[in-house]
Design a protein around this ligand. Structure first.
Ligand code: IFM
Length: 429
């Protein structure tokens, strides 16, 4: 392990999502999913981290870790609890939270949609029905008109491919559908929602002369798909197909407005450049077999608690590839690992940031890193048992305790480097 530095302008912080931390909301699609008994450990997002009431305490946790940036989500179902009825108190609450972040010198990046829908929207068909484009536009308008003076940076949609495939192909997330036809409708509508929101956010901020450079993008969940057997041409082909179907076609459709099959065809909202940064959520690699079109874990590789391969080099490969495709600043909008005992998180952070430092040296403009995640939180169907946090959370008492890896990360946020002393202190035992 070698010491390394990140560029002086590099910004580090963490990322969370509303439903995973806020608690207390019974009006979203995931609350219902929890109630139906789909969560492995039977926990519920109704509890989560009680962040809605504890956001001040949680911002102090970020401050302690020297965050310069923070990616946070808004809960649509709180802001528009019934179709067409917006809750001014909810948006005022988010204003207070964002104002406090700004006072502490932490720049917010706001996610407008992160996996959950208001129940009224879910009942109307959610992202499967094309009316969602209109509903999403109206919601985004309400939000950006009220927060746009404070927030200049937005993610329209988090991981649309994950939302769509788990909810409409594997059927393990709400609404629990298994249909390729319905999955493709969701893909298409998500692309149209993004493009509509992208244009709208720029327009509202420009018309109102809101301060700061407007930056809008998608948090793309990008995986490495490698052939299980690199000498088998069929495995190689299968890996390429998987890559295109899971991420390639959708990402390009959203970025350019030109829908690629199977997402769609043509440019229904006009062709253009619908991103100001390349948002990358990176976690792992899949080993693809042609036989059965299966994804497996590469044999003999290190794994996290969820059996995901830990493959830092993948981040380097993805950034190179996406920069070649889109030529824009890269923001790592999520990267982290599930490690309940905090055995390998420090090394994970070191290895991934080391890859980023190499990219920066090569002139690839990776500008930001948002660690997933600030504190253990509600990890969707895994519930409370999968722990990704820099802080450990005791859900019964809501006590947050800094992990050693959190201390390490806090030092990196402050110093923008990993020194030999830090290697001795955090990475050797
Ligand atoms: O917790 C999720 C997050 O909501 C989206 N990206 C992946 C994370 C870890 O699974």
């Amino acid at each position: 392990m070698k010491a390394f530095k990140l560029p002086d302008h590099f910004l580090l912080g963490s990322a969370t999502a509303a439903t995973q931390i806020e608690g207390g909301d019974k009006n979203n699609s995931w609350y219902n999913w929890c109630e139906k008994g789909h969560i492995k450990d039977r926990s519920t997002c109704l509890r989560a981290n009680d962040h809605w009431n504890r956001y001040k305490e949680d911002i102090a946790l970020m401050e302690k870790l020297n965050h310069r940036v923070y990616r946070m989500g808004l809960e649509w179902s709180r802001i528009e609890p019934q179709e067409g009825r917006f809750d001014d108190e909810a948006i005022a609450h988010y204003r207070d939270e964002i104002t406090l972040l700004l006072e502490k010198g932490i720049k917010p990046l706001v996610t407008l949609h992160h996996f959950t829908n208001p129940l009224w929207l879910e009942r109307m068909g959610g992202f499967e029905d094309k009316s969602v484009v209109w509903y999403f536009e109206r919601y985004v308008k309400y939000v950006v008109e009220r927060l746009g003076d404070l927030v200049s940076e937005y993610i329209t949609i988090n991981e649309p491919n994950v939302y769509a495939t788990l909810g409409y192909y594997f059927g393990v997330w709400p609404p629990g559908v298994k249909s390729i036809k319905r999955l493709l409708k969701v893909y298409r509508n998500m692309a149209l929602c993004h493009i509509t929101a992208y244009k709208l956010i720029h327009k509202i901020r420009k018309d109102n002369d809101f301060p700061g450079k407007t930056m809008v993008g998608v948090a793309n969940h990008v995986r490495i798909f490698d052939p299980y057997n690199k000498y088998n041409p069929l495995d190689i082909l299968a890996a390429k197909i998987m890559d295109y179907l899971f991420q390639g076609s959708l990402t390009k459709s959203m970025a350019t407005g030109f829908l690629r099959p199977p997402v769609g065809l043509g440019a229904p909202k006009g062709g253009g450049r619908y991103f100001d940064f390349i948002g990358i959520n990176y976690y792992t690699r899949d080993a693809i077999r042609f036989k059965g079109f299966r994804n497996e874990v590469m044999p003999g590789t290190p794994r996290n608690d969820l059996n995901w391969e830990i493959y830092p080099r993948g981040l380097y490969r993805i950034c190179k590839k996406y920069y070649r495709l889109f030529t824009a600043p890269i923001w790592i909008t999520e990267n982290g690992t599930c490690d309940g005992e905090d055995r390998f998180r420090s090394r994970f952070i070191y290895d991934h940031l080391y890859e980023i430092s190499k990219l920066c040296k090569e002139g690839i403009p990776v500008e930001r890193y948002y660690h997933w995640t600030l504190m253990d939180n509600f990890e969707w169907v895994e519930g409370e048992s999968a722990r990704f946090g820099l802080y450990h959370v005791d859900y019964d008492t809501q006590v947050r305790t800094l992990r050693k890896s959190g201390r390490f990360y806090g030092e990196i946020c402050k110093r923008l480097e990993v020194t030999d002393d830090m290697i001795d202190m955090y990475l050797k035992d």
